[in-house]
Design a binder for this molecule. Structure first.
Ligand code: SF4
Length: 457
């Protein structure tokens, strides 16, 4: 399908071909689903909402509940205030959520709808039932990308709800970044191993990986509760994982409630997990539990046992900046060579971070923020790699160039497992490492002549 992609790159400024990102409201919707009893509401046309829901459904293989202001031609010209007011009344009457999380779209942002004013009007007119809440985030898609939308929505929850009572609790806040439900469960397991009380926002575990019970539940049992978000203002510390997804909400907590914060990389791979575990150990003043030491030891064991398959292997990596930064470091630590590294998201800091990670091992690596998969394909044509690691969209390049692809990141539309097995932490690192090693071994087996086709590898 992509056989005609030319190898020679031409500098493009105004055109993206197969961008490695999607639009802000998708992230806002994902973050809102991690709050218990929350109905995400898309203030725009039905088409946007349908696209965002279906994209999330395809990745998580779960039905995604969200409502829309359902703009008509009239609201596109005169504004969507009446639509949102009607929607709020209908949602509380029909679907009875604890909280509605409104996010905007390109259209409502271009019109300039003032969401806080509309919410205030609904409050004054008694359209918001006692004890129920509405929050909002501005998520125009002509700036930023899906992780920006996630970050804006998490910040929105903090802004509307977190409050300081003046009494500090023993708990910490954990803002987990854009990771899978399985990763959120794993992060909670780590925190629990230290007996550290924590509030995690958002928390999509037991929401987007909920078991089949034979009964449909509009609001699954998981998710951060409104009461927990309010209590975040009294926490003694915030750990924010992933600068792109989590830093803004952590800064907001510091400004609003004087909760000190610390931004760490997503704990993907050995070194980033070590830093996460050290941060928790420092906060608790206790030693790392033996259970986690053992898990770390297993990861180190597999990486060193399998070094002959990993050492020197060239790899192309793309995806969301927080994830790509951690993954690139992990690949470097396994002695692989990340020669092409890209994110569709924006931020010069991405290129600087990757450059620093690869300074000694791959100083000539191609590194790009706001990149697209057309460019990635051209890089691969110019310098072939042994392995590609990234989203499902890379499968076309994988087929055209006959290079194995390990699916990682968001979205994965054509496989299952990512929302059930973690990638974070030592166990997640073990899973990732085995996926990478297996892909390399599969290729070695496939290409081996009969005399070198071994039973034992
Ligand atoms: S880019 Fe804008 S118009 Fe398109 S789906 Fe996203 S929010 Fe809607």
């Amino acid at each position: 399908m992509l056989d005609m992609t030319p190898a020679n790159s031409v500098e493009r400024t105004a055109l993206k071909i197969n961008p490695a990102k999607t639009c802000q409201p998708v992230g806002a919707m994902y973050a809102a689903l991690g709050v218990h009893g929350c109905l995400p509401h898309s203030h725009g046309s039905q088409g946007c909402c349908a696209y965002h829901r279906s994209h999330l459904t395809r990745h998580f293989k779960e039905p995604i509940m969200a409502s829309t202001s359902s703009f008509t031609e009239g609201s596109s010209v005169f504004g969507g205030m009446a639509n949102l007011q009607q929607a709020i009344s209908t949602i509380f009457e029909m679907y009875d959520p604890e909280i509605i999380a409104v996010h905007t779209t390109c259209l409502s942002e271009t019109i300039g709808d003032d969401i806080p004013t509309i919410i205030g009007k609904c409050q004054n007119e008694g359209k918001i039932p006692e004890g129920k809440v509405i929050v909002h985030a501005n998520t125009p898609s002509y700036v930023g990308f899906h992780v920006t939308g996630y970050s804006n929505m998490v910040k929105g929850f903090v802004k509307y709800l977190a409050a300081s009572t003046g009494r500090r609790s023993d708990a910490i806040n954990l803002i987990p970044g854009w990771v899978e439900p399985s990763d959120m469960a794993e992060l909670k397991r780590y925190i629990a191993a230290f007996n550290l009380p924590a509030i995690m926002l958002p928390d999509t575990s037991s929401v987007l990986d909920a078991p089949a019970t034979g009964e449909h539940s509009f609001y699954p049992k998981g998710g951060t509760t409104v009461a927990q978000i309010r209590a975040m203002g009294d926490a003694r510390h915030t750990l924010a994982l992933g600068a792109w997804a989590s830093e803004e909400a952590a800064i907001q907590l510091t400004k609003q409630c004087e909760v000190p914060h610390e931004v760490l990389d997503l704990p993907i791979g050995l070194a980033a997990t070590d830093r996460f575990i050290s941060a928790i150990a420092k906060l608790t003043g206790t030693a790392v539990p033996q259970l986690l030491e053992d898990e770390r030891g297993r990861l180190v064991d597999v990486i060193s046992d399998m070094h002959q398959y990993l050492g020197g292997k060239k790899v192309a990596i793309w995806g969301d900046p927080d994830q790509v930064i951690a993954l690139t470091e992990f690949c470097r630590d396994m002695d692989m060579k990340p020669v092409h590294v890209m994110t569709g998201g924006n931020g010069q800091a991405f290129e600087e971070r990757i450059k620093a990670i690869l300074a000694d091992s791959v100083p000539t690596a191609n590194i790009k923020q706001q990149g697209d998969l057309f460019q990635m394909h051209q890089w691969i044509k110019q310098e072939k790699v042994d392995l590609m690691i990234g989203t499902t969209y890379g499968k076309f390049i994988s087929r055209a160039e006959d290079i194995p692809l390990v699916r990682f990141g968001w979205p994965i539309l054509d496989r299952v497992g990512h929302s059930y097995f973690p990638s974070v932490g030592y166990t997640g690192g073990l899973r990732l490492a085995t996926q990478i090693i297996s892909a390399i071994q599969e290729r070695q087996d496939r290409d081996a002549p009969d005399h070198a086709f071994e039973l034992v590898m």
